[in-house]
Every structure is written in structure tokens, then in C-alpha cells.
Design a protein around this ligand. Sequence first.
Ligand code: FAD
Ligand code: MG
Length: 376
Amino acid sequence: MFKILEKQTLAPKVEMMVIQAPYIARHAKVGNFIVLRLNKKGERIPLTIADSDRDKGTITILFQRVGKTTESLGMLNAGDKIQDVVGPLGHATPIEIYGNCVLVAGGIGAATLYPIIKALKAINTSHGVIKDKENVIARSPETPACRQTGRDDEAIPKDEIALLEPALSEKDEILRGVYPEQKDEILRFAQNDMRRAQNDRSEGARNDRKMAFSEQSYNHITVIMGARTKELLIWEDKFRQFADECFVTTDDGSYGRKGLVTDVLKEVVESKSIALAVAVGPVRMMKAVSELTKPYAVKTIVSLNPLMVEGTGMCGACRVKIAGETRFACIDGPEFDGHDVDFQELESRLRFYKEEEEQALHLFLTRTKRQVTSNG
Ligand code: FAD
Ligand code: MG
């Protein structure tokens, strides 16, 4: 049994729970999910691990009450127990230094994107990239990456410094502020980045050379969060802690910009070169994001949410079509390249049991209401 330690309502029909699950907390990676069962007769449902704390042995889930099981889970409180929580399941999100990243969260999709934004920022720090909230970066010469590449005693050729200087001069002030005595080492490190880019003679690579020291060497994260209305927006404050820039859209204009996340995304992909987009939310939103980024050749990851039963690749319920091939979201995903996903099939498979789901919810709510009335 798994004890619920904390419960909080984040928005209408959206709950957060902290659950005691030390094994899962110890092994959870970004992008993993759990499958839970409320009681011995209950169905299994998958939920993303939105956060975890190894030391405390806890995981955090966010869920939207959309049907019988999530309504029933939402009726539990701190101190109550859940029969089974299995995990961590699924592939982890590949976390690397990409450069400019855009994370697009639709509604409850924030649960999946939160560990991703944390990890994309954490890797900046672990690679020694120091970034001022406003604009500037420097690599710490103490990091292994810098030791490997930066510590040769060669003089920096003048023409390379000339290329480097414009990029550096804008940042100079803050560079000096961050590492006053280590500018030479930082220059040498940037020189190394430039050498790699120098093998490529294209226009893009020329820009890369100029930016080798800045844009390319750390994750700069733009977050676009969308919700139907202001009150349905989840964890905006937590995303703002990590985002380099954060845009909010609401369908009704009650907060942020009126419109869809793709309106903002279009402006972002047209304004700068984006290395990675990650979109998590309703199927229609992930489809629209993938269609938008495709002509710009922006690598786009989506996290798929097909019907899933046991979560370990045996039942096949969560099959999805990726680049024409059948894959199982539980063991091959849940993240896939958005440009390869057959969203139409995903949408139609999600509707497969709509009637039964509605009946089950109706019966459950009627029974619960009757119980509440007869108890008091
Ligand atoms: P039902 O009335 O049974 O179904 C309502 C709708 O939910 C269905 O039409 C269908 O679209 C979907 N659904 C139903 N059963 C399942 C199932 N077994 N597996 C997947 N979808 C189902 N939701 C969250 O709110 N937060 C999350 O962090 C989250 N993470 C997920 C991670 C993965 C990998 C997947 C595949 C799904 C995730 N979901 C998440 C969706 C969540 O599992 C469903 O909302 C939940 O199962 C609905 O159960 P229900 O009985 O309350 O609703
Ligand atoms: Mg259900």
C-alpha cells in the first residue's frame, strides 16, 4: 500500500498528490510514469511522475479528474492509501545541451514538462555553464568539459580572437563579473568550440562560430503554457523559476495572450533557431505543434497518452503508429518524434471506450452521491 502524504487542488478538477514510494523515488528518471490501481478491483491507470524526492522517498503526481478512476482518486486525502503504484516505467527523456529549447505545455501536460525543464536547466549547471537570469553565460573552468578541451597552452590565433571578440564583447561585462581572473581560460574554451564549427563552411556554421560561446553551449528555455481559462493554468510559478522566458495563452483571453500556444510558438520559431521543441498536452495540441515545427526542421518530442493497461509491453493496449510502424507507448515511449506520429489513429483509439467510460462514471457518481446522502 502507498500512503498519500499530501493533497492539493491546483485548479478545478486538477489535483496534486505527494505519495510515499521510496523505490520509485530512488529510480525515477525524467519522463518516467507510474501505473496505479486504487484497490484490488480497480483498473490500472498511468500517470506521469511530475516530481520526486529521493531523500524523502516521495513522488508527486498531478492528475485531472476526467472519469471514474481519477474522480475516485481525487476523493482520497492525505493519510489514505493506494493499493498499487508500479514504476518507474517508460523511457527517460534524453537530457542534453541542445541550445534553444521550447517547451509547450497544454493543461495537465505541465506535469510531464516540469521534470524536463528542471533537468534541462540542471545540465547547464552540471556542465559548468553559469547563466545569469537576464542574459549571460560563462563556462566554469573547473568542470571536466573545460579541463578536457580548454587547458592547452597554445596562444589563441588572432583571427579567431577577432571572430570571438564580437560575441564576447557584449557579454564581457558580466563575464568579468562572474570569473574575473579566468577570462583567458574561458576564451580558450570558446576557441575550442569554434574549431569544431570551423570544419563546416556554411553560412549557418559561420554564425555558429560567432555564437559558439554563447547560444550553442547551454540550454536557453522558452516556455509556452496554454489553458482554456486562467483558473486552469497549472504550476506557472514553478515553470517561471526555470524558464528563460515564459509565455501564457488562454483560449478566452482571461490571462496572458488570447489564443493558442501555436500562435506564440510560430513567432518563437520564426524569431530564432530552435534546436528542440517538446510539446505535452491534448492530442490536438501536440499534433498542431508538430505540424508547425516540421517545415522549420525543429526536432519535436511529444509525450503520447494512449489507453494503457499494464505498462510493461505485454498487453499491447497502448499501441501507436510511429513512422508507419506499430510501437508500444509504455515501453517504446511515451515520448516520440512528433513528426512521425499518426495522431489521427491515436485520437480515434482514445475514443474507443467513450460510452463505457461515461456509463462507469455516471454509475460511480450516482452511487457515491447515494452513499453520501444516506450517511448523513
Ligand atoms: P475514463 O472515464 O476511464 O477515461 C477518460 C479518458 O481518459 C478516456 O476517454 C481516455 O482518453 C483516457 N483514458 C482512460 N483510461 C485510460 C488508460 N488506462 N490509460 C490512458 N488513458 C486512459 N493524466 C493526468 O491527469 N496526469 C498525468 O500525469 C497523466 N500521465 C499520463 C501518462 C501516460 C504515459 C499516459 C498514457 C496517460 C497519462 N494520463 C495522465 C492520462 C490518464 O491516464 C487518464 O486520464 C486516466 O487513465 C483516465 O482514467 P479515468 O478512469 O478517470 O477516466
Ligand atoms: Mg477509466
